[in-house]
Ligand binder design. Structure first.
Ligand code: NAD
Length: 276
């Protein structure tokens, strides 16, 4: 707040909260750039009220998040962290470790946008059957992107593995909750590299404890860092510290994209990724 008044432009990642107070203090501010995709850390109404343009770099991290999603899926079904921890402790857990295959399992993709579609393409290479729920895009579009369009309840009932690729907003908060877990197959696997908050963490913990959910792969948490919560410590959970976009390639792409987009905004040129 002390220095923002000197600047015409500001570039942030996900953790910096660009609140109304920032817009009020940023008297010269013309543009805020988010290096990455999610803009839930930027008060878009306050930006509009202040006449400040908000841009992001939504395509830069798509592949990195899609690849991490597959990595989480495989880590959960083959218990790779458990095997590794055992080895490092001098244990040979071969008999205790019997995983499952992705082959011919039904993958339910919630949110069939850029990342959801990239996950579907890669999951197809594992011969998974892909179903998708995304009420905001046409059913034919989901089909074109490699998924069979279904209603949310159908997805919950049919999927062996459910992965979420939706933004966090009022409509998606706690999208997976106790009611949704009750509708799922016994032994379902949940993967989330979207945003903490799209899954009700208490409901997920209860579903893991009851055995309803056989395993979860989590990149994102309601509070970050979450500390060693019961969910993080759960033996059926594989978790990583919000590393979805953390590849060398994605970071360079995001930096390039957001720098050129912010410069375009300052020059009044046409914008590719105007959010507000
Ligand atoms: P996108 O806009 O291309 O796709 C999101 C899709 O979700 C859209 O097709 C939209 O119609 C759909 N959607 C929105 N609300 C929904 C709802 N309630 N139910 C079902 N579908 C819904 O965005 P993307 O580039 O694919 O990114 C998806 C999300 O991934 C981002 O919003 C962000 O929160 C998250 N993300 C996480 C990381 C990470 O580091 N883990 C990095 C990048 C993005």
């Amino acid at each position: 707040l002390k220095v923002v008044g000197e600047y015409d432009a500001m570039i942030v990642r996900g953790r910096t909260k660009v609140t109304q107070a920032v817009f009020e203090a940023g008297k010269k501010l013309k543009v805020v750039g988010r290096a990455g995709v999610g803009v839930d850390n930027i008060d878009l109404n306050a930006a509009k009220a202040a006449g400040v343009t908000v841009v992001n770099s939504p395509t830069a991290t798509t592949l990195a998040v899609a690849e991490l999603t597959l990595a989480l899926m495989l880590s959960v079904v083959r218990e790779i962290p458990r095997g590794d921890a055992g080895m490092k402790a001098g244990q040979w857990l071969k008999k205790e470790m019997e995983g499952t295959e992705l082959w011919r399992k039904t993958l339910g993709v919630i949110g069939f946008g850029r990342i959801g579609a990239a996950v579907a393409t890669r999951a197809a290479a594992f011969d998974m059957d892909i179903i998708g729920y995304d009420p905001l895009i046409p059913a034919e579009e989901i089909q074109k992107r490699g998924g069979k369009p279904v209603a949310l309840d159908e997805l919950l009932a049919q999927a062996d593995i459910i992965t979420l690729h939706i933004p966090l907003d009022a409509g998606s908060k706690n999208l997976l909750n106790a009611d949704s877990f009750a509708k799922m197959k016994d032994g379902v696997i949940i993967v989330c590299a979207a945003r903490g908050g799209v899954i009700d963490e208490d409901a997920l913990l209860a579903a893991l404890d009851s055995g309803k959910v056989a395993g979860a792969g989590l990149d994102v948490f309601v509070a970050e860092p979450p500390g060693v919560t019961p969910l993080v410590a759960h033996p059926k959970v594989v978790c990583v510290p919000h590393i979805g976009a953390q590849t060398k390639e994605a970071q360079i792409r995001a930096a390039d994209d957001i720098a050129s987009e912010v410069l375009a905004a300052l020059k009044g040129e046409p914008l590719r990724w105007k959010v507000a």
